[in-house]
Design a protein around this ligand. Structure first.
Ligand SMILES: Cc1ncc(COP(=O)(O)O)c(C=O)c1O
Length: 410
């Protein structure tokens, strides 16, 4: 098999553009004309692979999906309008009123809010466990469990769940394991090889490259028997391993309407081509900044799985092959110091995103998690004196110079 970067750059090399364009064009059209009524009928019935309407499928989006399939090892991919759309569509397809999802309170803030505030009132039970103790996952699963949902590195707590152990538990209970792999991407973490059934990505982050566009991806790894999923049993009898993606494309995703715009798919395919280079640089920069921050007397603690001081270091090294992503957090004395530090920075931008080419800083407790009371924030691992740094691909010496300005302001 060709290497990761080659697959990301060339996509499906046998699908050449009829006009010889080396870039897949942006098919910015809502509808696609057919030569006959019968052709439209067959397309609607799913018996002919053709395009009809861009909310359901679009050639530029398909090109992006194929590249993702080639680099992830999945058997099918659905690209959607955002990372949140990828998560919500997946849960809507798997779960329902009366069922439960087993997850952790250490998750991206909007994902917690989706589960707790948006889906719980519709009758979904959300069971929180400490994923550091996989036995808690086993204890929370019952006959009504529709999925176990975790992040491969949690944002912003930077916990690293043991995916192999958790997948052994979910496989034994015949419950699908859904993993949000946004902070690592398939370049750093091969979900399929670790027993993950459904991989979710916010392609807004590392994939888009330079934060050009919002997008999300759902990857089917083809290793779950959907006959075991109550909502998909009927489809599984006909569509086998493609039952979940079929339920999404022919029902949930089609009806919810969270489609990826063709222009954004184009930008994200472009970003994907340079992703491996950018990830290498951002991981190396993050290690350098983590080591620098650890030596600063005004820093109370640095949290990064790449540091030997992290309780997750050995597991992360083994699961992710020696690179640890581009996000770290560090604690100063109080929230006031966090604000003063952040406001003194010139190069590092105050913004809420991760894995941009630019280095970004944010105080999660007063922003992403501001909708929660203090006690809940602490349970979610979001301390009032914690800053999150998403490290870009600049020259790290310039980043350190800028952080020095932050310390001078304290
Ligand atoms: C781990 C994780 N998952 C999902 C999302 C949501 O992605 P999007 O902003 O593309 O909806 C984010 C956004 O920061 C994230 O960090």
């Amino acid at each position: 098999m060709r290497g990761f970067s080659t697959r990301a750059i060339h996509g499906n090399i046998s699908l050449r553009d009829p006009k010889g364009s080396l870039r897949t064009p942006i098919y910015d059209s809502v509808a696609f004309e057919h030569a006959s009524s019968d052709s439209l009928r067959l397309t609607f019935e799913g018996k002919k692979l053709a395009y009809a309407y861009s909310r359901i499928a679009n050639p530029t989006v398909s090109d992006f999906e194929q590249r993702l399939q080639l680099i992830s090892g999945g058997i099918g991919v659905l690209a959607v309008s955002s990372g949140m759309a990828a998560i919500s569509n997946t849960i809507l397809a798997l779960a329902g009123a009366g069922s439960n999802i087993v997850t952790s309170k250490h998750l991206f803030g909007n994902t917690l809010s989706l589960l707790d505030k948006t889906l719980r009132p519709w009758g979904l039970e959300v069971r929180y466990v400490d994923t550091d103790d996989p036995e808690q996952v086993a204890g929370a699963i019952d006959a009504k469990t529709s999925a176990v949902f975790i992040e491969s590195i949690t944002n912003p707590q930077l916990d690293v769940p043991d995916c192999r152990k958790i997948s052994e538990i979910t496989a034994a209970h015949q419950v699908p394991l859904v993993v949000d792999n946004t902070l690592l991407t398939p370049y750093l973490f091969n979900c399929g090889e670790h027993g993950v059934n459904i991989e979710i990505l916010s392609s807004t982050k590392y994939i888009s490259g330079g934060a050009t566009s919002v997008g999300g991806v759902i990857i089917e790894h083809g290793n779950f028997d959907w006959q075991q999923a109550p909502r998909l049993q009927e489809r599984a009898a006909k569509q086998g391993q493609m039952a979940l993606l079929a339920a999404l494309r022919q029902e949930v995703y089609r009806n919810v309407g969270a489609c990826l715009a063709p222009h954004n798919a184009y930008l994200q395919s472009l970003g994907l081509e340079t992703m491996s280079l950018r990830i290498e640089k951002s991981c190396a920069n993050t290690m350098a900044l983590a080591a620098y921050l650890e030596k600063q007397s005004l820093v109370q603690g640095v949290n990064y799985p790449g540091l030997a001081s992290s309780p997750y270091h050995d597991l992360a090294a083994q699961q992710f092959g020696g690179r640890f992503g581009g996000v770290l957090t560090f604690d100063l004395a109080r929230r006031e110091e966090c604000f003063a530090f952040t406001d003194a920075l010139q190069l590092v931008r105050r913004a809420t995103n991760i894995n941009d080419n630019k280095t970004l800083i944010i105080h999660p407790a007063s922003t992403i998690f501001s909708e929660y009371p203090e006690v809940d924030k602490l349970a979610m691992g979001v301390r009032p004196n914690m800053l999150r740094l998403s490290v870009g691909i600049e020259d790290y010496e310039d980043l350190i110079d800028d952080l020095e300005e932050g310390f001078k302001a304290l």
